[in-house]
Design a binder for this molecule. Structure first.
Ligand SMILES: Nc1ncnc2c1ncn2[C@@H]1O[C@H](COP(=O)(O)OP(=O)(O)O)[C@@H](O)[C@H]1O
Ligand SMILES: [Mg+2]
Length: 238
């Protein structure tokens, strides 16, 4: 289980997170929603060790990880799929995927096995494995970005707006992939602006506004787009 306790973080002198708290149960799927600039990516970067919290604690399976450097976070099982579907454009699809397993590059047979598993999960990537990643569609790049993260064998995947700038059909495919990973026991922290996607997938939902959790709820009957939108837009704080 992941516990985020009252973290503050920012960039230089500008503070972005003002005491953010939430938990993600082992094998749970928790969504963090919020508008542009509300601090969603900064929260994920803090979890991935890319931004050091200046206050608060991040506890993962009982161990504090808020001072663990980013390059060691994969060994702790937390892996970030960054916003923007970034890939190494001039490298092949397969080379991109293998980059995610770089820290275990000596386990050749196991890597090969994991690669084949990923190709079964993403048949489109298998077809295009020799193509330059820069030539992929947006949906394929998102799948590639997720595949690269999966090569690091995460116990928790941190997904930053995987549905952004994708056609509805492709968003549906990504949602299926996320559901499948969760079904295989992976914990997932899903950051989104797509409220419908969060409602479809998440057990719990938190809404960030101006670096604070403005609303938290368990997803279920009575939780719908309208009920969340008021917090999202900043009218439901009271
Ligand atoms: N690298 C950075 N340097 C300085 N300010 C940043 C940086 N990244 C984000 N910010 C600022 O932090 C705030 C929150 O950004 P971010 O966490 O990316 O929000 P979100 O992901 O919810 O859109 C914004 O005001 C943004 O301008
Ligand atoms: Mg962001």
């Amino acid at each position: 289980m992941l516990e985020v306790r009252n973290i503050e973080a920012g960039y230089g002198r500008s503070r972005v997170l003002f005491g953010v708290s939430f938990t993600v149960p082992a094998q749970g799927l928790v969504a963090v929603l919020g508008g542009n600039g509300s601090g969603k990516s900064t929260t994920l970067k803090a979890l991935a060790g890319l931004v050091k919290p200046t206050a608060g604690e991040i506890v993962w399976d009982g161990e504090r990880i808020d001072q663990v450097p980013a390059y060691q976070m994969a060994r702790h099982g937390l892996v970030l799929v960054p916003q923007g579907k970034e890939v190494f454009a001039a490298m092949s699809v397969e080379e991109n995927i293998l980059m995610g397993g770089y820290h275990r590059r000596h386990e050749k047979a196991q890597l090969r096995h994991d690669l084949e598993e990923l190709y079964a999960l993403f048949p489109r990537l298998a077809v295009r494995k020799k193509a330059f990643a820069g030539l992929l569609s947006g949906g394929e790049r998102q799948m590639l970005s997720i595949s690269r993260a999966l090569m690091a064998k995460p116990r928790m995947l941190l997904l930053d707006e995987p549905s952004a700038a994708l056609a509805p059909k492709v968003v549906g495919e990504i949602a299926e992939v996320i559901r499948g990973l969760r079904g295989r026991g992976m914990a997932i922290l899903l950051v989104e602006q797509n409220v419908a996607m969060a409602l479809e997938l998440a057990d719990e939902i938190h809404i960030l506004r101006e670096g604070r959790v403005a609303h938290s709820c368990v997803n279920g009957p009575g939780v719908d787009i309208a009920s969340l939108q008021e917090f999202y837009l900043g009218q439901g704080a009271a």
